[in-house]
Design a protein. Structure first.
Length: 572
């Protein structure tokens, strides 16, 4: 065979150099922790980590909701998203905007009177005190629903005129007081601590229990959720917190979820009890669960959840349990003493770790007063904010607010001291007694019993009703009561309305029942007349609003309406 020609020396040198480079790089990759093999391994680890997380979430979903429940949830989410895209279509969007703008203009005409004198800038010269008083009188007497006569459900928890005068006097003595400076206002610090101690005692708190005052029930709930989130993070390293609440729980829990990035699981409260389904709560618990929630009672239907079962579940799973007693406040603790049926609700249930209680509801304190109570001081400390390195000095506050109105604390303290245990017991007998009479009337009156169904078995001060017959719209009954001067609360899921009995309402419950009978009779006659004439039932404003809102798979239109309403609150 002929010999292959020899390569030039320069080419041979380049080949040898190339081989040496490949050999060196191979050795380097084999020795380096960031070798191709290691990078592939790292990619695989990351992939399987996310796959494991998604698989775990899917299994939690299936465990909590079941196969059918999960499919229903996926269907609902898909329907909502697709309907949202539909609402964004140019033609549809323009029509929806026109309808929303029209509804808001109609609302504005009611909320912002066109003939009112407006003050949009500071007066060049300050008014005399007499002129200010005259304008204040005019503002106080603007046309409004007659809460003084007991025509308003809830809203105003009035403790009679003598208490109101005492509160005003207490407020005047501490107008400039601010609890953020306890050394400057020691009296306010003392009163605030005593208010918390009195409410703790009312809820049978164990030794070492603690609490704070807040500006209202929403802030109390927010702080309890924040405490639970911080506890879970510091003690268990939970970075994706979740909490489980009844669908009837106050919407402040959903606000807390949005503010504090806590995932919300809502559990149904099925008929006939309308209490939270404990089995479904148990199925939804996972390692990220930081809080369980129950109400005593809830706002929509006035039902006390099965807190004993929730307490046992919380103990077994070692998860905090919050009881929202903002509405029950100073009624629920006195039910048994007043001779009414009750249910376990407070710290005597060992699983209960926190309670919210509004002193400005049936405690009759001025608006802007509430409390959040904890089983121990460690739980309370998780809601504190402390900044040790601020240039303005070491800063510490117990809750959301920095400066707070000491005058409201003084007025709250004066209310609790003035009414006392016997006074609250008498108020419980009066208010809950009137509620029981109203319940009895609804269930025994031939007209009311035929048209209305009471939701569950309310034990406190709220009575919720729904229409028994499908041809009667409960919202039309609510509008009919509104036309007679009553301000009752419209509910949804299911469609219903309720009355929260207060002291003013307790005095006129019989008149309320009479008007309710008359309205139900009128609505039945209207339905029968339309049926004879072959006409469809005509819905009133409330029925139209809630009917449309309930039928929409995507609530963005309702959200837009609500935001427009909030904007109107600040239109001068």
């Amino acid at each position: 065979m002929p010999k292959r020609p020899a390569l030039p020396a320069a080419h041979s040198a380049r080949i040898r150099e190339g081989l040496q480079n490949v050999q060196q790089k191979t050795k380097a990759r084999a020795a380096s922790p960031l070798s191709f093999v290691s990078l592939d391994l790292l990619r695989n680890i990351i992939f399987f980590y996310f796959l494991l997380r998604w698989t775990r979430r899917a299994l939690w979903k299936l465990k909590g909701r079941g196969l059918l429940g999960t499919l229903r949830e996926v269907y609902g989410d898909t329907r909502r998203v697709l309907y949202g895209y539909f609402l964004r279509l140019p033609g549809v969007r323009a029509k929806v905007k026109k309808e929303v703008d029209g509804a808001l203009r109609k609302l504005e005409s009611k909320m912002v009177p066109a003939d009112a004198t407006r003050y949009l800038a500071l007066p060049k010269e300050g008014w005399t005190q007499e002129a200010v008083r005259k304008e204040l009188d005019a503002l106080a007497n603007m046309d409004h629903t007659r809460w003084e006569d007991g025509y308003v459900s809830g809203a105003v928890y009035h403790g009679e005129d003598d208490l109101l005068r005492l509160q005003t006097e207490a407020y005047g003595k501490f107008t400039v007081a601010n609890p953020i400076h306890p050394d400057v206002f020691p009296g306010v610090r003392k009163m605030e601590a005593e208010v918390v101690a009195m409410v703790l005692s009312l809820f049978n708190a164990p030794p070492g229990a603690a609490g704070v005052t807040t500006s209202g029930g929403t802030e109390s709930i927010l702080m309890a959720c924040l405490s639970a989130r911080q506890k879970a993070y510091h003690e268990r390293g939970i970075t994706e917190p979740e909490m489980i609440l009844p669908e009837t729980a106050h919407t402040a829990f959903r606000k807390a979820g949005e503010y504090f990035k806590i995932k919300i699981h809502v559990v149904e409260c099925p008929a006939p009890s309308y209490q939270v389904d404990i089995k479904r709560v148990a199925r939804l618990i996972n390692r990220n669960t930081i809080l369980l929630v129950g109400s005593a009672p809830n706002f929509p239907h006035g039902i006390i959840d099965d807190l004993t079962s929730l307490s046992n579940l919380a103990l077994r799973k070692r998860i905090p349990l919050h009881v929202d007693c903002c509405l029950g406040s100073f009624l629920v603790p006195f039910l048994s003493k007043a001779g009414f049926p009750s249910a376990p609700f407070d710290f005597r249930l060992p699983g209960v770790t926190s309670i919210s209680c509004d002193t400005h509801k049936y405690g009759f304190a001025p608006k802007g007063n509430s409390t959040v109570l904890y089983r121990n001081q460690e739980l309370r400390a998780y809601q504190y904010f402390v900044d040790p390195s601020w240039s303005g000095g070491v800063y510490a506050s117990p809750g959301m607010a920095g400066s707070r109105p000491g005058a409201l604390i003084a007025a709250c303290w004066a209310s609790l001291m003035s009414v006392g245990e016997e006074g609250y017991l008498a108020a419980c007998r009066e208010i809950v007694g009137a509620t029981k009479q109203l319940l009895h009337r609804i269930r025994t009156s031939p007209i009311l019993a035929a048209e209305l169904e009471v939701l569950g078995e309310p034990l406190v001060s709220v009575v919720a009703v729904r229409a028994r017959q499908p041809d009667i719209n409960i919202y039309d009954i609510a509008d009919g009561m509104g036309a007679r001067g009553w301000h009752l609360n419209a509910l949804q899921n299911p469609a219903a309305m309720h009355v929260a009995v207060t002291k003013p309402v307790a005095k006129v419950w019989s008149r309320l029942a009479d008007d309710l009978e008359a309205v139900c009779k009128e609505e039945r006659e209207k339905v029968e007349q339309r049926r004879k004439e072959g006409k469809d039932n005509k819905m009133g404003d409330t029925a139209a609003l809630y009917g449309v809102a309930g039928s929409l798979p995507n609530k963005s239109v309702v959200v837009e309406m609500a935001r427009g309403f909030l904007d109107l609150l600040y239109k001068a």
